[in-house]
Design a protein around this ligand. Structure first.
Ligand code: SF4
Length: 213
């Protein structure tokens, strides 16, 4: 089996990201009214593409950077805002920060309309604040109320219905003090959404998005 080096993976990911038109996102999917991916009732957007390859990753279908579903920032904002039960939005993945510029624009539009914004990332906050952070990381960080940072590490897994993070290395960074006492969801909780076309999306278990028959 051939092994792909980090720089090869980075180059492939970068080339794939160039195929996303400006002000668009390549997403794996999204749902409304999730109760298990952050505080309150929220939309969740799973972006497509991550090359951390964490052992035990809850969403390996999200690793590919190939185009899955392209959606414009405006269309996605309208969709999320059309459901009055969405109090906030959570970005998951995949790695949200590889599409940070468009997510920052989406977050800005949602915040203008009163929604709060949270993101997961496999990067550490220190990396996202460094000179080698993905493009747009600073803009996206400025839009966030909460950031859960760090990759999932199976050897440090928590497996508790009361923990908002899935492994002990991950941190809940609360940028907006209004959320200090609202870190009440559990990463091991699970919920099933049945969409209008009959598709079922299972989510919540460590932030996963899974399609069910
Ligand atoms: S960073 Fe997240 S999406 Fe990426 S491999 Fe790790 S657990 Fe999976």
């Amino acid at each position: 089996m051939s092994h792909t080096t980090f720089s090869q993976k980075f180059t492939e990911a970068y080339e794939a990201l160039q195929k996303i038109p400006p002000n668009h996102l390549n997403i794996m999917g999204c749902v409304d009214e999730s109760q298990v991916n952050g505080p309150g009732s929220r939309a969740v957007v799973w972006v497509q593409g991550c090359f951390q390859e964490c052992q035990g990753c809850f969403n390996p279908e999200s690793w590919s950077f190939d185009i899955n579903q392209l959606i414009s920032v405006d269309t996605l904002a309208e969709k999320i805002l059309s459901n009055p039960n969405n109090e906030g939005v959570t970005f998951s993945g995949g790695e949200p920060f590889w599409q940070a510029r468009s997510l920052a624009k989406l977050a800005g539009k949602l915040r203008e309309n009163g929604l709060n914004v949270m993101s997961f990332t496999g990067f550490t906050l220190e990396k996202l604040r460094s000179k080698t952070a993905p493009l747009g990381a600073k803009e996206l960080l400025e839009q966030l109320d909460i950031l859960i940072d760090g990759p999932y590490m199976e050897s440090l897994a928590i497996h508790s219905p009361d923990s908002p993070v899935a492994s002990r290395n991950q941190r809940v960074n609360i940028f907006n003090p209004a959320f200090q006492d609202k870190i009440t969801w559990g990463s091991d909780q699970m919920e099933i959404h049945i969409l209008k076309d009959g598709t079922r999306i299972c989510t919540g278990y460590r932030g996963q998005m899974g399609l069910d028959e």
